[in-house]
Design a binder for this molecule. Structure first.
Ligand code: FAD
Ligand code: DLZ
Ligand code: SF4
Length: 518
């Protein structure tokens, strides 16, 4: 063999740039399950199983198409790092050249950047073209702009791709954004259909049987595992979503309910992020459903906006802002992550539901991630690094390029507004409006102080008050700051005391019976 084609665990795409001109006679495929990749955060067990199973299936498919694959699995051929695996393959086959597609995080990129010098080989790193926009497009967009907002990047990509565009260059339906239609709570008599799940095959079951013993520091339950692990599964999952869920996706996009952990969401993020599905085919399938009259525009635009808009935008932002993005701490938030993030034992029902479902399924939908867990972390002043590491560990779809901007930038505003124009801070009244969580909670979302007051309410004002120097001039927060200024002093004092009492209990680890005195 003349060249190694090194394939990473989130690069499971036959049309990958590093595979484009690969020849089974000349090129050796190398894939690895290094110890470090499974342990740099205590990943959810379902995440480890999904990635390793999908990798093993992909390797088998490459072998079926004639390639020789050197596969360093963690059981039979254990390695510590990608470098370690590459070294073994290089010396076994006497090869001096490696081709690889750029990885999904700075940490791995820095590791690969050392290969040429440290191993005395030639390394060709190719662009990852499985996105709509090359990285240079984001740099062009960012040039001369004061604010890097998603909406304008998204509109540019709508024009470039023609997705949901009229021939005259106008957006289909005459408007770019249907968000105002997409904020319904779920009516009592509506029950979302179950998502498509996939019974574990032999490869997946073998991993499920071993994961608890072999990765003792990993977290989360394995019982509910039903994730796609092959391209075939992924296409079925997409088809099922388009047929059975897309039409309601828009209406209930921001809703939360104890009745369903997934509502009408697509659950395709792990497939997109590992390369089992490509964003273009997903958006085109949704667009087709609209043109065939099977799903309304608010649903289809809302769904496409997540992929062509948010997903492309956060990827551009991650690479544009450089490897130090994630080291700021705009609000100087220092509170350690409470223990209930790891066991879901918390009396606040919204957190119990969102964290509990996360631990059970390695999944929570966007509004749970943003407006329940993220909102709590923001208001309670949790340390951004600890929060980001938690998100990177627990979600089936968590790779740093997408996890970090969402958590650090969008949910925590720890970047001081590089991503979001204001913090996504909200009181319990928002959660009550968008969910049925409060009905079964010890607390009352309408009360701000007193024993049964929803903790989010006082925390919301505490957050605004303690950060008034950093947020007071933000025009998008004019209204709440005016309300705060108009409030009577004794009411303000009560709210601050209520929040302080809650935070003291949190710090003392006593937040387990759900009762506290002001
Ligand atoms: P759907 O609601 O069906 O959306 C369709 C697709 O759109 C998703 O599969 C995803 O690929 C894309 N998408 C939606 N929202 C976003 C977004 N904000 N950024 C990027 N892509 C988006 N998404 C990840 O893929 N990995 C993460 O690690 C991740 N961490 C997050 C952390 C926080 C704090 C927040 C608020 C959001 C995070 N998201 C992350 C975005 C979003 O919550 C998930 O993509 C979504 O919940 C995945 O479920 P789904 O496939 O059912 O999504
Ligand atoms: C997250 C992860 C895990 C758990 N395991 C592997 C693995 O065994 N092999 C692999 O190539 N990648 C794995 N990954 C993904 C990497 O940590 C990392 O996010 C990607 O390589 C970035 O492109
Ligand atoms: Fe969450 Fe407050 Fe509602 Fe309880 S009352 S579920 S803590 S928002």
């Amino acid at each position: 063999f003349q060249t190694i084609r090194f394939i990473l665990g989130d690069q499971l795409t036959p049309s990958l740039s590093s595979l484009k001109d690969a020849d089974p006679d000349r090129d050796l495929i190398v894939m690895a399950e290094p110890h470090h990749e499974a342990t740099y955060v205590p990943h959810h067990r379902q995440k480890i199983v999904m990635i390793l199973s999908a990798m093993r299936h992909f390797a088998a498919e490459l072998r079926d198409s004639g390639f020789h694959v050197e596969y360093f699995d963690y059981q039979e051929r254990p390695t510590t790092s990608f470098t370690d695996a590459l070294k073994a393959a290089l010396s076994e086959h006497g090869i001096k050249k490696v081709i690889i597609t750029e990885p999904g995080e700075w940490r791995v990129k820095h590791e690969i950047d050392r290969w040429s010098e440290d191993l005395d080989i030639s390394v060709e790193m190719r662009a990852d073209d499985r996105f709509f926009a090359p990285l240079s497009a984001f740099a062009d967009f960012a040039k001369d702009r004061k604010e890097l907002r998603m909406e304008y990047f998204y509109r540019g990509l709508r024009r470039d791709t023609g997705i949901l565009m009229e021939p005259d260059g106008k957006p289909v339906g005459g408007q770019w954004n249907f968000d105002h239609d997409n904020r319904k709570s779920l009516p009592d008599d509506v029950t979302p259909p179950s998502p498509k799940t996939f019974a574990p095959d032999k490869i997946t079951q073998g991993l499920l049987d071993r994961v608890c013993d072999d990765f003792p520091d990993a977290m989360g339950d394995v019982a509910s595992f039903g994730w796609p692990v092959t391209r075939k599964d992924a296409l079925e999952a997409l088809d099922h979503f388009i047929k059975h869920r897309l039409a309601q996706f828009g209406d209930y996009q921001d809703a939360m309910t104890v009745k369903s952990a997934t509502l009408y969401h697509s659950l395709i993020s792990p497939c997109l992020n590992t390369g089992l599905l490509l964003p273009d085919e997903v958006c085109r399938a949704a667009e087709k459903s609209y043109h065939e009259g099977k799903a309304p525009l608010n649903a289809v635009e809302g769904f496409i906006r997540q992929i062509l808009g948010w997903r492309e935008y956060v990827r551009g932002l991650y690479w544009y802002l450089g490897p130090d993005y994630g080291s700021d701490n705009h609000f100087d938030a220092k509170r350690p992550l409470p223990g209930f993030f790891w066991d879901g034992e918390v009396p606040m029902n919204c957190l119990k539901q969102a964290i509990g479902e996360t631990l059970e399924n390695a999944y929570a939908h966007h509004i749970q991630r943003l407006m329940v867990i993220g909102n709590f972390s923001l208001l309670a002043g949790l340390d951004p690094k600890e929060v980001c590491d938690w998100y990177l560990a627990v979600y089936i779809d968590a790779f740093e390029w997408v996890e970090l901007p969402n958590t650090f930038g969008m949910a925590l505003y720890a970047d001081g507004g590089k991503m979001a124009s204001k913090p996504y801070a909200a009181s319990g009244k928002y959660i009550d409006r968008m969910s049925d969580y409060c009905k079964d909670c010890l607390y009352n979302p309408r009360n701000n102080t007193g024993k049964d007051a929803c903790p989010f309410n006082a925390l919301y004002w505490h957050f605004l008050d303690r950060n008034a120097d950093k947020l007071g001039n933000n025009p998008r927060l004019g209204m709440p700051y005016r309300n705060w200024a108009r409030m009577k002093d004794d009411k303000k004092r009560d709210l601050i005391a209520q929040a302080d009492a809650f935070l003291r209990k949190l710090d003392d680890g006593k937040f387990d019976d759900g009762k506290f005195d002001t």
